[in-house]
Write a new protein. Structure first.
Length: 159
């Protein structure tokens, strides 16, 4: 019986471990398996940006240079983002992916998608650039209405 219990505990801890944390206002779940490390990131969930003309980088609507920054150094070879705007009351919503490399002092635009109608299906964006940090900005354009923006990401390293 004791051997079975030890084997079960070993199998449980080796197969998968998941730990949740927050980095610069973003919720991250670290998952480790015997073959990979995975970051499951929730950048925005049912987010309604507070105004127009400014990109906001986390659910607290911060705009500082570190707001919303998630570390995804080179070991994360697959970086996939899901974007959706199920409710669009503003004229449009722009979602901008930004990145930084190791020695960069400013953020660089990787990709921007503008939603002019509510989405009925998620948009998948694969980020292939070699980045040390990534963040997502969301802004309402022209006339502000009630919006709902969802952005999640999966960053995977395999070994």
């Amino acid at each position: 019986m004791r051997v079975f219990l030890v084997f079960f505990l070993w199998l449980f801890f080796v197969s998968s471990v998941a730990l949740a944390r927050t980095e610069n206002g973003i919720t991250i779940t670290d998952e480790a398996t015997s073959k990979s490390n995975i970051l499951q990131v929730t950048f925005f969930e049912a987010y309604n940006p507070p105004g127009t003309s400014t990109f906001y980088y986390n659910p607290a609507s911060e705009v500082t240079s570190t707001a919303g920054a998630v570390t995804c150094k080179g070991i994360y070879t697959a970086k996939t983002l899901l974007l959706s705007v199920p409710t669009l009351g503003s004229t449009s919503i722009s979602v901008r992916i930004e990145g930084k490399t190791k020695n960069a002092t400013t953020w660089a635009e990787v990709y921007t998608k503008t939603f002019t109608v509510a989405s009925t299906i998620d948009s998948i964006i694969n980020v292939v650039e070699y980045l040390d940090q990534i963040r997502i900005g969301v802004k309402a354009n022209t006339t502000k209405g009630t919006d709902s923006v969802n952005v999640t990401g999966s960053f995977i390293s395999s070994y």
